[in-house]
Design a binder for this molecule. Structure first.
Ligand code: SAM
Length: 299
């Protein structure tokens, strides 16, 4: 059972450095260049720098993820928690069976997830259940940040949002992935249209879109400051350029890595080792053919 979190009195005073917007941004963006530990990649990759910043800045006590798959976004949260003195408890919830959008996958995905999870087992937990079954394990107001990334139809994401909303604490932030995906029956964009004016919010359009909603009833001062700053056109534009820019760099790093790998492979094929290797696989088959031929001639 995950119990209600006490009021967050530690964050009701703002550090002096936040007195100016530049001071605030300087601190907020400082975790963006954290080097990612795992090699996983998914549609979420472009939001990892923001997740590092958000968690580093907001200092949530409990982060819960609905929809973890291989663990790309989840392990990013675990990683930053470890750099913050294990401040954030991270909980992953998934059936690890897949769904109509992510595709249905084999148990190997869960086996690999458990292997990678070991590194973070001092701060993380996982629950292999449907979201609707796991929800009763959480008391109301027991989660500071909830990331919703399960099935992306309008009906599914609305149900996830509504059933989990009471579980959010006074700090309460909900992240919704895929707010920009409009193919097939993806419907997060539709829910986002309904929610973005109901709660203080901002959205990143890159990497399929990520919506950030402040649902907490009584947020501490630093959370209010973040959402107030993101109401200002010049701040929000700068922050959006910054994170979509980094996402672009991350993507080009990946493309670069792939093209280096391809050219290394190409060079390797021309190399001496490759030729000798080929010879070792070629010679035995030639010997075999020769012996067979000799046998045939003897008869
Ligand atoms: C889009 S993937 C998650 C991607 C992940 N956050 C990442 O960083 O790549 C969606 C996951 O949600 C899980 N899922 C979908 N609906 C679910 C439900 N109702 N209960 C539990 N898991 C569910 C699927 O098994 C799948 O692994």
């Amino acid at each position: 059972m995950f119990y209600q979190l006490p009021p967050d009195d530690d964050h009701n005073e703002l550090p002096l450095t936040f007195n100016s917007e530049i001071g605030f941004l300087n601190y907020f963006l400082s975790a963006a260049f954290t080097e990612k530990e795992n090699n996983l990649a998914s549609a979420w990759t472009g939001h990892e720098p923001f997740l590092f910043c958000l968690l580093h800045y907001t200092k949530p006590r409990r982060f819960v993820e609905l929809g973890t798959h291989k663990g790309n976004s989840f392990f990013a949260a675990c990683q930053i928690s470890q750099t913050m003195n294990n401040a954030i408890e991270c909980i992953a919830i998934d059936t690890w069976e897949g769904d109509e959008h992510a595709g249905f996958y084999s148990n190997k995905v869960f086996e690999n997830f458990k292997r990678d999870f070991i590194k973070y087992d001092n701060i993380a937990k996982y629950i292999r259940k449907r979201f609707s079954e796991a929800v009763s394990m959480f008391e109301n107001k027991s989660i500071d940040i909830l990331h919703i990334d399960g099935l992306h139809t309008y009906e599914a994401v609305k149900e996830d949002f509504e059933t989990w909303l009471p579980k959010l604490s006074d700090l309460g932030i909900i992240l919704l992935h895929d707010t920009q995906a409009k193919t097939k029956d993806f419907g997060v964009w539709k829910l986002w249209e309904e929610l973005q004016n109901t709660y203080p919010s901002f959205e990143f359009e890159h990497s399929h879109g990520l919506g950030v909603l402040l649902v907490g009833q009584n947020p501490p001062a630093h959370i209010k400051l973040l959402f107030n700053a993101m109401k200002k056109e010049e701040v929000v534009q700068l922050v959006k350029y910054f994170f979509s820019g980094i996402a672009g760099v991350e993507k080009s790093k990946k493309v670069l890595k792939q093209s280096i790998k391809r050219s290394v492979q190409k060079e390797f094929k021309k190399s001496y080792t490759w030729r000798i290797g080929r010879l070792f696989t070629y010679l035995p088959s030639q010997f075999y053919k020769l012996i067979q031929k000799q046998k045939r001639e003897q008869f």
